[in-house]
Design a protein around this ligand. Structure first.
Ligand SMILES: *Cc1c(COP(=O)(O)O)cnc(C)c1O
Length: 398
C-alpha cells in the first residue's frame, strides 16, 4: 500500500472522529437535512382540514406571502408549487424567451438549468469563485468581452447569434455570491438579474436579504431546504407590475369573474396549495431559531475541523451572513478517489453525506451549451462533500 493511501485513510478516520465530537456516536443514520417541526405545524394543517380550505385558495397562502415579504424585505412574494416553477416564471417575466441564452453557474442544482430550458432558452455556463462557490463575476466580465457585444436589441453572443437574456446568480449552500460585482457586470452588459436564492432563505449580502437584489428572485421550500412547505417556492420582486403578472400567470391567467372561465393568456397551474402554505407559516415563525441552530452547528463543525490539514469547512464569504443551509467539507486538493472514499466511509459511519452536484455541462442534455472556462467548477466537484446539516442536530439556545 502506498504511503499516500495510508495518509488518506488516516485523514478519513480523523475527519470521522472529529465529526463525532459534534454529532455523537451516530448509532442510527444522521441525515443530511431533516426538517424540524417544533411549532404550530399540526395546528395550522388541522385548521385547513377543519375549514375545508386545503387547495390553492385559502388564507395561509396570502399569510405566507406576507411573512416572506416582511422577512426578506421584498415588496412582493408570490407563493408557487416549487422553486423550479418559481424560477421558470421569474425567467419568463425577465424576458427570457425561445432561443435566448441564460447565464448561470455550472455548479448548481439541475433546477437552474431546467427552468431556462422550460422557456426554450439555452443555459450558458459560468465558472464559480473559490471564495463564494457562486458565479465569478470578474471572470464573467472577461468572458463577455470575448463573446458578447451590445446591440440595440440587447447583449448578443456573437458566436451563437443568440441574445443573452438574463444572468442567474445562485447562492450555493446558502453562501451569498459577490453581488456588488455581479450587479456591476450585469448593468454594464444590460443583462437582467434573476437571483436563484432557493438555498439562501435567511442569508444576507451586506445586510440585505438574498433574492432581493435582481429584478426578480426565487426561493424554494422543498423538504430539504431551511424552511419547508413539503414542496413549494416563491417569487420575490419589488416591482408592482411584475408581481401582478407573476400572480396572474401562476393562477392559469384567469380573468377575475364570479363564474366565467376566461383565461386571457397562456397561464400555469403553479399556485401553492393552502395545506403547504400552512406548514410554511408555522415554519417561518421558527425561522430565527432554525437559523440560529444552523449557525451554531456550522460553528461547531468549523471548530472541530480547525487545524486539520487536508480539509476545511467552507465558511461564509466576507460581508455576508450565510444561513449555512448545507455544511460543506472542502478537500485541499481535487481528488475524486479521496472524495469517494470519504463519502463511502462517512455514509458507512451513519453520517449521511453527499458530493456536490454533477456539473451541468457534464449532463447529456446540457453538454453542448455555451460556456466559459470551467476549471474551478471541475476542481471543486472533486473536493466538496456535504455533511449532516439538520437544525435538530443542536439544542435550542435559551
Ligand atoms: C432546491 C433548488 C431549487 C428549486 O427546487 P425545487 O425542488 O423545485 O423547489 C432551485 N435551484 C437550486 C439551486 C436549488 O437548490
Amino acid at each position: 500500500m502506498s504511503s499516500s493511501s495510508l495518509d488518506q485513510r488516516a485523514l478519513i478516520e480523523e475527519i470521522i472522529r472529529r465529526l463525532r465530537t459534534v454529532l455523537g456516536e451516530a448509532r442510527t443514520p444522521v441525515l443530511l437535512h431533516q426538517p424540524l417541526f417544533a411549532g404550530n405545524e399540526s395546528k395550522y394543517i388541522q385548521q385547513c382540514i377543519d375549514t375545508g380550505w386545503v387547495s390553492s385558495a385559502g388564507s395561509f397562502v396570502t399569510q405566507l406571502e406576507h411573512q416572506l415579504a416582511q422577512f426578506t424585505g421584498a415588496r412582493h412574494a408570490i407563493a408557487v408549487v416549487n422553486g423550479t416553477a418559481a424560477l421558470h416564471i421569474a425567467l419568463m417575466l425577465a424576458g427570457v424567451e425561445r432561443d435566448s441564452e441564460v447565464l448561470m453557474p455550472s455548479l448548481t442544482f439541475i433546477a437552474t438549468a431546467n427552468a431556462a430550458a422550460y422557456c426554450g432558452a439555452v443555459p450558458h455556463f459560468c465558472d464559480v469563485s473559490l471564495r463564494t462557490l457562486g458565479i465569478d463575476a470578474a471572470r464573467l466580465d472577461d468572458h463577455l468581452a470575448l463573446v458578447a457585444e451590445l446591440r440595440p436589441e440587447g447583449c448578443i453572443n456573437h458566436r451563437t447569434g443568440r441574445r443573452i437574456a438574463a444572468v442567474v446568480p445562485m447562492h450555493t449552500f446558502g453562501h451569498p455570491v459577490n453581488l456588488s460585482k455581479l450587479l456591476e457586470v450585469a448593468a454594464k452588459w444590460h443583462i437582467p438579474v434573476v437571483e436563484d436564492a432557493a438555498e439562501s432563505l435567511g442569508s444576507y449580502y451586506r445586510q440585505k436579504h438574498t433574492g432581493t437584489f435582481g429584478g426578480l428572485g426565487i426561493l424554494s421550500f422543498n423538504g430539504n431546504k431551511t424552511v419547508t412547505t413539503g414542496a413549494g417556492g416563491a417569487i420575490l420582486t419589488d416591482d408592482d407590475d411584475l408581481a401582478r403578472r407573476a400572480r396572474h400567470i401562476t393562477t392559469t391567467a384567469k380573468a377575475p369573474h364570479p363564474w366565467e372561465y376566461v383565461h386571457d393568456e397562456l397561464g400555469y397551474n403553479y399556485r401553492m396549495p393552502n395545506l403547504n402554505a400552512a406548514l410554511g407559516c408555522a415554519q417561518l415563525e421558527k425561522l430565527p431559531e432554525l437559523l440560529d441552530r444552523k449557525r451554531r452547528l456550522a460553528h461547531a463543525y468549523a471548530q472541530a475541523m480547525a487545524d486539520l490539514s487536508g480539509v476545511s469547512l467552507f465558511v461564509e464569504p466576507p460581508d455576508c451572513k450565510s444561513n449555512y443551509w448545507l455544511n460543506a467539507l472542502v478537500l485541499d486538493r481535487a481528488d475524486f478517489d479521496l472524495r469517494d472514499q470519504l463519502l463511502a466511509a462517512l455514509n458507512a459511519a451513519n453520517l449521511q453525506s453527499r458530493p456536490i452536484w454533477r456539473p451541468m455541462q457534464q449532463l447529456p442534455m446540457y453538454r453542448d451549451c455555451p460556456r466559459m472556462d470551467l476549471s474551478t467548477t471541475e476542481d471543486l466537484a472533486a473536493r466538496i462533500v456535504n455533511i449532516p446539516s439538520s437544525p435538530g442536530l443542536v439544542r435550542p439556545s435559551n
